[in-house]
Ligand binder design. Structure first.
Ligand code: AHR
Length: 501
C-alpha cells in the first residue's frame, strides 16, 4: 500500500530540545545495583561503575537522567546516600519491598553522569514522607558553593564544586493512590507551591517540574493538572506526564496505535496549561516534561514485588521486561509522537535505563546487551538532537482499532538535522502489510542543500523488522533484532520532481 510524506521545509514546528532524549535511573530492582554499579564486575572502574554499561549508555545517546525515583523517592532520605559508604544505613524501600543499601547515592550519580559524557542530572525530591525543609537542605547541599553547614558537608564528602542541578521534580506521581504520602490535588498544589517558592529563594535559576498525572486514564486526570497549576503556575516550568503502554487483552492493533493516546494526552495537558495561563493572565510559560514513558507489561510476573515482613531482598530482579520487535515499533511511534509535539514537550525520560523496563540489560558478572527498544531510541537521538521538527503531512491508509477508532497506518515526523540533512522517522502500524513510502524532496531543499543537483541527493534508510513480532534480544541471543540497512531505498527524478522512496 503506497504512502507519501510531504515536507514543508519552510515551516518549523519547533527546535528539538535535547532533553527529549532523557532517561531514568531509579533505585528499583537491578537498575542501579548490578545495572550501572557493580564493584567486582570485570569491566568495573575504580568507582564500581560498569564500563560495558557506560559504553551502551553513550551509544544510546541519552541526555538527562531522572534520579533517584520514581515511587522510590517518596520514602527516600537523600542524606542516607552521601558520606562514607560504611556509615550509610540500610533502609526499607517500601515502594519496591526491597532493602536499600545506600551504597550508591547523589555523589556516585554525579560521578557516573560525568563518565557517560556529562549528561544532565534531573533530581527528584521526596514530597511523600518529607517536604519543604528536606528539599531545601538537599538544594543547599547540592547547589551552594560553600560556607554553610550543608554545602561544606558536600565539600567534605569529596565534591568541592556544587553539583549545580538545574532540573528538579517536585515529588513523583503524587496523584497515585499507590504513592507513599499520596495527596489530593489541592494539598499537593499547596505543598509544591511552598517548596517551589523556597527553592527559588535559594537558587532562582532552578527549573521545576510539578507532578501531573500518572497516566491519561487516571480518574483525576485533567482536574489534577488544573488544580495543581492554579496553585503553582508561576513558580514552575514544567508539568509532568507519565504513560506506559502494553497490549490490553491481546489487542495488538490498538497497542500499535499507542502514540494516538500519547498525542491526545499531550494535547489535553497543553490545553489545561493554556487555560490556567489565560485565567491567571500570566505571561509565564509552562512546558511538558514527559518524564516517564515506555512499553511496560505492568501487572505481569516480572513486575510482582516481593512480599513478607521478613523478606526485603537487595536489588531483586524486578520489572525486567524482555522487549519484542513489536514493542520496538511502539517505542519508535512514541518517539515520533514526542517529536511531533516538540513545541510543547521540552523534556522526556524513557523509563528506565538499565534492567528495569529498559533498553539495556545486564547479567551480574556477565554481559550487557541492547534490547529491541534500544535501536529506535539510539537512531532517533543520533539524528534529531540539535535539529528542528518540520511541518509535514502523511498521506496513507487507515486501519480500525478498538481503542482509538480508525487510525493512520503510517506515523511519521521529519527533522531537519543539525548538519542540514533531512531525517524522516516512520512507523508502519499495520500487522498485515508492508508500505511503499515516497518522500518528495522539496525544491527549496534541493536548491539549498544539494546545489539543485539530483545527483547530490543521497538517501539512506534503516529498518527494524522481524518476521516474528515476538522476537527478542535475550542473554543467549543478544542480536536477534537490530536496525538493518534497507536496501530498497532509491532517489528518482521525473517531471513531477525528485523523490526518495
Ligand atoms: O518506572 C516504574 C514506576 O512507574 C515508577 O517508579 C513510578 O513513578 C511509575 O509508576
Amino acid at each position: 500500500v503506497p504512502a507519501a510524506i510531504t515536507i514543508n521545509p519552510a515551516f518549523a514546528v519547533a527546535p528539538v530540545n535535547n532533553r527529549l532524549f532523557g532517561s531514568f535511573v531509579e533505585h528499583l530492582g537491578r537498575c542501579v545495583y548490578t545495572g550501572i554499579y557493580e564493584p567486582g564486575h570485570p569491566t568495573a572502574d575504580e568507582h564500581g561503575f560498569r564500563q560495558d554499561v557506560i559504553d551502551l549508555v553513550r551509544e544510546l545517546g541519552v541526555t538527562t537522567v531522572r534520579y533517584p525515583g520514581g515511587n522510590f523517592v517518596s520514602g527516600y532520605r537523600w542524606e542516607d546516600g552521601v558520606g562514607p559508604r560504611d556509615l550509610r544505613p540500610r533502609r526499607l524501600d517500601l515502594a519496591w519491598h526491597s532493602t536499600e543499601t545506600n551504597a550508591f547515592g547523589l555523589h556516585e550519580m554525579a560521578e557516573w553522569l560525568e563518565k557517560t559524557g556529562g549528561n544532565e542530572l534531573m533530581e527528584a525530591v521526596n514530597l511523600g514522607t518529607r517536604g519543604l525543609q528536606e528539599t531545601l537542605d538537599l538544594l543547599e547541599y547540592a547547589n551552594i558553593p560553600g560556607g554553610t553547614a550543608l554545602s561544606d558537608a558536600r565539600r567534605a564528602n569529596g565534591h568541592e564544586q556544587p553539583f549545580n542541578i538545574r532540573m528538579w521534580c517536585l515529588g513523583n506521581e503524587m496523584d497515585g493512590p499507590w504513592q507513599l504520602g499520596h495527596k489530593s490535588a489541592h494539598d499537593y498544589g499547596v505543598l509544591a507551591t511552598e517548596v517551589a517558592r523556597g527553592m527559588r529563594q535559594i537558587d532562582p535559576d532552578v527549573e521545576l517540574v510539578v507532578c501531573g498525572s500518572s497516566s491519561h486514564g487516571m480518574a483525576t486526570f485533567g482536574e489534577w493538572e488544573r488544580t495543581v497549576l492554579e496553585h503553582a503556575y508561576d513558580l514552575v516550568d514544567f508539568v509532568s506526564c507519565h504513560a506506559y503502554y502494553k497490549p490490553e487483552n491481546g489487542d495488538i492493533a490498538s497497542f500499535l496505535a499507542s502514540g494516538v493516546d500519547m498525542d491526545g494526552f499531550i494535547r489535553d495537558v497543553a490545553s489545561t496549561i493554556d487555560a490556567v495561563k489565560a485565567r491567571r493572565k500570566s505571561t509565564h510559560d509552562v512546558a511538558i516534561s514527559f518524564d516517564e514513558w515506555n512499553v511496560w507489561y505492568a501487572g505481569g510476573d516480572a513486575s510482582r514485588t516481593p512480599e513478607g515482613v521478613d523478606n526485603w531482598p537487595v536489588a531483586p530482579r524486578l520489572l525486567e521486561d524482555q522487549y519484542s520487535a513489536l514493542d520496538a515499533v511502539v517505542v519508535g511511534d512514541l518517539l515520533i509522537t514526542l517529536l511531533k509535539n516538540a513545541n510543547r514537550v521540552h523534556a522526556a525520560s524513557l523509563a528506565q535505563l538499565v534492567n528495569v523496563i529498559a533498553p539495556i540489560m545486564t547479567e551480574p558478572g556477565g554481559p550487557a546487551w541492547r534490547q529491541t527498544i534500544f535501536y529506535p531510541f539510539a537512531a532517533v537521538a543520533a539524528l534529531a538532537k540539535g535539529g528542528t521538527v518540520l511541518e509535514s503531512r502523511t498521506d496513507c491508509g487507515t486501519y480500525a482499532t478498538a481503542a482509538y477508532g480508525d487510525v493512520s497506518t503510517i506515523d511519521s515526523v521529519t527533522v531537519r538535522c543539525a548538519d542540514g540533512s533531512l531525517a524522516v522517522f516512520v512507523t508502519n502500524r499495520s500487522l498485515e502489510m508492508a508500505t511503499e513510502l515516497s518522500v518528495p524532496i522539496p525544491e527549496s531543499w534541493l536548491r539549498e542543500d544539494t546545489a539543485g543537483s539530483v545527483a547530490g541527493v543521497t538517501a539512506e534508510a534503516r529498518t527494524l523488522h522481524d518476521d516474528d513480532i515476538n522476537a527478542r534480544n535475550v542473554l543467549d541471543d543478544q542480536n536477534r533484532v537490530t536496525l538493518q540497512p534497507n536496501p530498497t531505498v532509491r532517489v528518482e527524478s521525473d517531471s513531477a520532481g525528485t523523490a526518495a522512496s
